[in-house]
Each structure stands twice: as C-alpha cells, then as structure tokens.
Design a protein around this ligand. Sequence first.
Ligand SMILES: C[S@@+](CC[C@H](N)C(=O)[O-])C[C@H]1O[C@@H](n2cnc3c(N)ncnc32)[C@H](O)[C@@H]1O
Length: 267
Amino acid sequence: MAPLFSPSRTEMSAIPPDHAPPPPEADEPTGAAEAIEATEAAPRFSRQPIRSFVLRQGRMSDAQKRAIEDGLPRYGIRYGNTALDYAATFGRQAPVVLEIGCGMGDTTAKIAAAQPERDFIGIEVHGPGVGNLCKLIETQGLSNLRVMQHDATEVVRDMIAADSLAGVHVFFPDPWPKKRHHKRRILQPAFVHELAARLAPGGYLHCATDWEEYAQHMLEVLSAESLLQNTAADYAPRPDYRPLTKFEARGLRLGHGVWDLVFTRKA
Ligand SMILES: C[S@@+](CC[C@H](N)C(=O)[O-])C[C@H]1O[C@@H](n2cnc3c(N)ncnc32)[C@H](O)[C@@H]1O
C-alpha cells in the first residue's frame, strides 16, 4: 500500500489566525462541523469566502486526539494539488468511490466492508469524525478505505482527475436551512458540474437528504447539469447499499421524509 503521511506538528497544530472559524450563529444546523479544537488536528485551508462548514472551537477527548494522531498517518491521504494516484494509494486498480462529508464514518465503513471490490475515500473536516473513521478502518481491517481531513471542494478541484470516479456519495449534507445561508450548501451548480466531470461515463452521483426543500434544490441542480442523467423520474428508491444513517433514523422517527437522488454520468 502506498505511502500515506505523517502529519508534522505544524500540520496538526493551530488553525492560522486568518483561517480562524467565524463565531457560531444560533441558527446553524446541528450537523455542521463543530468540534475541531483549534489546537489539535486542524487542517490548513486556503482562503475561500464561503464554505459549506464551520469549524468551531470545541473539545476533543484524549481518545479522539489519539485516534487522529495514530490513524491519519496510517489511513489518511494528505491534501496536495496534484492528481491522486489511486493505484498507488490502494496498491491495486479498482473502481474508486468518493464520499463527501462522511461524518463519523459509520456508513462509509459499512459500505466499504460490503463492497471489497471497490476502493473508497471518505472526506470530512470534523476531527472526531475523522478519528472515528480511522478507528473503524483499523478495527475492521478495511484495506479499501482511506480518509481525508480537508475541504472536499478543494480535494475534488485539485486532486481528482476528470473521468476517474466510479461514484460519489453525498449523504445528508448540512441543509443550511436559513435562506441567507443557502449559499453555504455544498450542492451548488458549479460544484455539481465539477463532480459530474470527475465521474467516469456511467459513474453515479448519489445524494440523500431528509430536508425536503434541500431535496428539491438538489433535484433542480442535478437535473440542470448537462453531464448527468437521472436514474428515476425524480427521486430514487434508497439503493440497498446505503444503510440507514443516524440522521435518517432520527428524521424517520420524527415523521420526516428522506429523499435519495441517483444520477449517472452520460457517456
Ligand atoms: C449533516 S453531516 C452528515 C454526515 C454523514 N454523511 C451522515 O449521513 O451521517 C454533514 C457532514 O459534512 C461535513 N462537511 C460539510 N462540508 C464539508 C466539506 N466542504 N468538506 C468535507 N466535509 C464537509 C460536515 O463536517 C458534517 O460532518
């Protein structure tokens, strides 16, 4: 397997002052990244005016810090601005699926375990989630799963070659329900176009949400992308490979709906 990385003290240290998180607002969604402690495991991000997440000051337990410090050097892929060599990363040629915003990584690990013939890369900015996913990779011996702690929009832009992915998963992205925050939603036309262009012909983009108005927005944006075609008339039935997440289970308990969208890249 390929060299991963050993984060230096600098990489694992403070968010530079000009990248410090904005103060949290009362109406931010509860799923937003919130617990990366400024002094631990915070990746560097370049300047970008609008992000789909907020890194809040928060505490990580010693176990969470250890999970990242031990796990990232073994199971992490370091951000860089050259195209990722999948074969070198995984030590084999196999279809690659990217998951964006994988949270605590439980779904990511379940899917990777169920599909050993594919390789998976989970991207997440939230430190405890990254640490947990590293632990799942370790305890389950998942040689087909790697993790990146970085802004997924930058990873896709800088590291994912055109026509190279078998699939992309975006499960329960932060809905940013306030109208003035809609610009923070990760599924915007420009990013969807970038994702579509990185899918191999026939590759799929699978999004899911329990927020109806975001589902409508997704349907509009994905349908308008000329590189994509819908696999359903509008929303798709949940594919068997996607297990129920805790967000989904909560939504269902509250009587909310869940919407899956599965589009494929045109030839
Ligand atoms: C509502 S949570 C859903 C987590 C997971 N997909 C699930 O279904 O349980 C959304 C996640 O996306 C992550 N996220 C948001 N924007 C991101 C970005 N640009 N790059 C990487 N992760 C991001 C957040 O940190 C958060 O953990």
